[in-house]
Design a protein around this ligand. Structure first.
Ligand SMILES: Cc1cc2nc3c(=O)[nH]c(=O)nc-3n(C[C@H](O)[C@H](O)[C@H](O)COP(=O)(O)OP(=O)(O)OC[C@H]3O[C@@H](n4cnc5c(N)ncnc54)[C@H](O)[C@@H]3O)c2cc1C
Length: 288
């Protein structure tokens, strides 16, 4: 049962931080509230006596702009505003694709990027990992930047108030992909989600750089570091791709759930990634 909490609506970041520190009873920060609500209603989290809404805090509200060599996206930017944004389409199209595959239009109008990240199982995380994004947290007078990868390795969900997500401006990728697999076509939590990007030399048929990440369901997203090492500077051939299937299955460590075993998820992730790599010119030509 969802019981009521007192809602605070600070109108700047300092006040929001001060409230989160000074209130004597537990607090919960609320952005869109779509993830929190499912947790409250499902009994996974109790509703805190004090809810701190960020919807009047200008420092975190919708902003998508370029700062030096980074694309900066305010934590409160709703997923619907990321989809179709010109800067995102030009500089981080994979992120738009991930947002397009989350929930339904009504949820995407309310759900924020910050909330998706902090849920730890959001579908944007594999993309943010391969884009080597960083998170900017407000801790009172201090602003802390941490890479998404490093943050995922810690057990603490919130390092303060998430202010924005920073994405290094797009490198010249020769290939990139995002794929989400669920139990039906749309409006379904993912069983697995994968993202990848990299460079490929047509001349030598070698993958010169590659970043891969996978997650989905109740599995937090992770970079597939061993697979990346295995693939880098390898001539992309059918036999290598067969070996990659095994490497990915050892590298990705999902947890099983009532609908799909860990073994099944490993196989699906391996098949999805290899199907994308197969499209790279060399292998395709070899088969032709
Ligand atoms: C019907 C439905 C379908 C869904 N489908 C998907 C899906 O397909 N894929 C997917 O990834 N997600 C899905 N979700 C989950 C959810 O909608 C998204 O993860 C969403 O992006 C969460 O954002 P939010 O603003 O609603 O987060 P909230 O619920 O407001 O917050 C989520 C967490 O982040 C914390 N938080 C939020 N903002 C900040 C901040 N700025 N600083 C510090 N802490 C903060 C909150 O305290 C809470 O712990 C679905 C939800 C629903 C209800």
């Amino acid at each position: 049962m969802v019981t009521e909490g007192k809602v605070w609506r600070p109108n700047n970041l300092n006040d929001a931080w001060a409230l989160s520190q000074q209130l004597m009873e537990p607090t919960q920060i609320v952005s869109g509230g779509t993830w929190l609500r499912t947790q409250w209603e499902g009994g996974a989290l109790p509703i805190a006596p004090h809810l701190i809404s960020l919807d009047s805090v200008p420092e975190v509200t919708t902003c998508i702009h370029i700062e030096k060599d980074e694309l900066v996206i305010g934590a409160m930017t709703v997923l619907a505003d990321i989809i179709g944004n010109t800067l995102i389409e030009e500089r981080a199209p994979l992120l738009a694709k991930a947002c397009q595959n989350i929930a339904s239009p009504s949820v995407r109008n309310q759900a924020t990027l910050g909330g998706n990240v902090i849920s730890r199982v959001g579908d944007t995380l594999p993309v943010l990992l391969v884009l080597e994004a960083t998170l900017t947290w407000c801790r009172g007078d201090e602003m802390v930047n941490v890479s998404v990868q490093k943050w995922m390795e810690t057990s603490v969900d919130a390092w303060g108030i998430l202010v924005c997500v920073r994405v290094p401006l797009k490198r010249e990728d020769d290939f990139s992909f995002f794929m989400k697999m669920g139990r039906r076509e749309t409006f379904i939590p993912s069983l697995v989600t994968v993202a990848g990007r990299g460079n490929y030399s047509e001349e030598t048929c070698e993958i010169t750089t590659v970043s891969l990440a996978a997650g989905g369901g109740n599995t937090s997203a992770m970079r597939l570091i061993e697979t990346e090492k295995f693939l880098t500077e390898k001539r992309c051939s059918n036999s290598i791709l067969l070996d990659v299937l095994t490497v990915i299955q050892d590298d990705f460590k999902p947890s099983g759930d009532p609908f799909a075993s860990a073994y099944y998820k490993r196989q699906v992730v391996a098949n999805l990634i290899v199907s994308e790599l197969y499209r790279l010119g060399g292998v395709y030509n070899e088969v032709k």
